[in-house]
Design a binder for this molecule. Structure first.
Ligand code: GDP
Ligand code: MG
Length: 151
């Protein structure tokens, strides 16, 4: 099923100049980037985005990290892409993330794990709506889609 996932490169990805490398992985996989926005997240938006973690001991550090500098918010589209992007991103703790995953290859610390990706269709819908207006999500065809998809 065609899905959209919310993916966000965290401040460390941008400051470490890894944006292009990370974005390339999604493009090379055949996924379609349908929205991109560089922005500073407000504390309020950070608290809402990570609301499920509000009682956790790391919550304040997480909000501080994610609001510390610019992030790159994105919507990525593809067949069953939500769970696949999670696999590409790797485990939350980069020390446990397999090599070949984004966190496994580019990060070392849970508190600096460089990227966020939606964990379910429900989170994807909620997170996309938090960060993007419908009009900011671009509908365009990929001329090579029959090379990526059988039908
Ligand atoms: P994710 O879905 O893999 O990003 O992981 P979670 O939803 O469990 O946690 C959200 C984010 O909170 C993670 O990506 C980390 O940036 C941060 N985080 C989670 N656990 C910890 C922790 O134990 N310590 C710190 N400092 N940050 C954490
Ligand atoms: Mg999560």
């Amino acid at each position: 099923m065609m899905e959209k996932s919310f993916v966000m490169m965290k401040p460390d990805t941008i400051q470490r100049r890894l944006m292009g490398k990370v974005l390339s992985r999604f493009e090379e996989k055949g996924l379609q980037i349908v929205a991109v926005k560089m922005m500073h997240i407000s504390p309020g938006l950070a608290q809402e985005h990570y609301g499920e973690h509000c009682e956790r001991p790391f919550f304040n550090d997480l909000v501080e990290y994610i609001t510390s500098s610019a992030v790159l918010a994105m919507v990525i589209q593809g067949d069953d892409c939500i769970s696949m992007i999670r696999k590409m991103v790797g485990a939350t703790n980069p020390k446990e993330a397999d090599l070949g995953t984004i966190r496994g290859d580019y990060a070392l610390d849970t508190g600096r794990n460089i990227i966020h990706a939606s964990d379910s269709p429900q989170s994807a819908e909620r997170e996309i709506a938090l960060f993007f207006q419908d009009s900011e999500i671009c509908d365009y065809s990929m001329p090579d889609s029959d090379l990526i998809y059988e039908e």
